[in-house]
Write a protein that binds this ligand. Structure first.
Ligand code: DX5
Ligand code: ZN
Length: 210
């Protein structure tokens, strides 16, 4: 089980005029999840889509929605994203003083909880939460935009998490988000990633996934 790798293509690089077609492609390419990036214009400068768009496209995919909340104070909106169709909800440790409460809110609704860390945030910042989360998302670029280059030092944190996961026998999966392409995929996987998020490379048709 632990050796299995899962693909979660990010809709951020899809044609927003044809999200239904994008979801079809994601499914056809052997993906396990659909990565849905929510940006609020505060935590990151851009705004993408919110609850109404997510609930409207939910019916076009059978895959679980892996919703990545790049929003301030996620505790105020987590439940509405679950109602919109999120199966796995990942929020940023940098965006809230109430991470434990966020995890509890997600679990009370019967969904999986993920915690995300920006490139400059150390693994120690989420140490207390590791026994309780279902996923740790390591940002390998600065959040906010697709198509950036992977920042190499971030992979050391993936390795660190993979070691903790093994040593403590924790259940969380490790997700890597940002700059994954055919050139970086091997290093990303070798570092111990379970879920590979890919936006621009996937939608350009440049990512080989078997
Ligand atoms: C960036 C998003 C990513 C983005 C990755 O803030 O969280 O999910 O879509 O895009 P690529 O794969 O192009 O780096
Ligand atoms: Zn993302």
């Amino acid at each position: 089980m632990k050796n299995q790798k899962y693909l979660s293509p990010s809709l951020l690089s899809a044609d927003f005029g044809d999200l239904k077609g994008a979801l079809k492609l994601v499914e056809e390419k052997g993906s396990t999840y659909v990565h849905v990036d929510v940006m609020d214009g505060h935590f990151v400068p851009q705004v993408t889509y919110g609850q109404p768009v997510i609930s409207s496209i939910r019916k076009y995919s059978n895959l679980p929605f892996d919703v990545h909340l790049m929003v301030e104070k996620p505790e105020t909106s987590i439940e509405s994203y679950i109602e919109a169709g999120a199966d796995l909800v990942t929020f940023h440790i940098e965006a809230t003083a109430h991470a434990d409460r966020c995890i509890q809110l997600i679990h009370e609704k019967g969904k999986k909880a993920g915690i995300a860390i920006c490139p400059a945030t150390p693994v120690s910042a989420i140490k207390e939460l590791l026994p309780f989360v279902d996923l740790v998302l390591v940002m390998t670029v600065n959040p906010g935009w697709g198509g950036q280059k992977l920042i190499p030092y971030t992979l050391k944190k993936v390795k660190e998490l993979a070691d903790i996961q093994k040593e403590m026998d924790y259940n969380f999966l490790i997700s890597v988000d940002g700059g994954v392409n055919q050139d970086t995929l091997k290093d990303v996987v070798d570092a111990g990633t379970d879920i590979v998020v890919s936006g621009s490379s996937f939608f350009r048709g440049n990512l080989e996934w078997k």
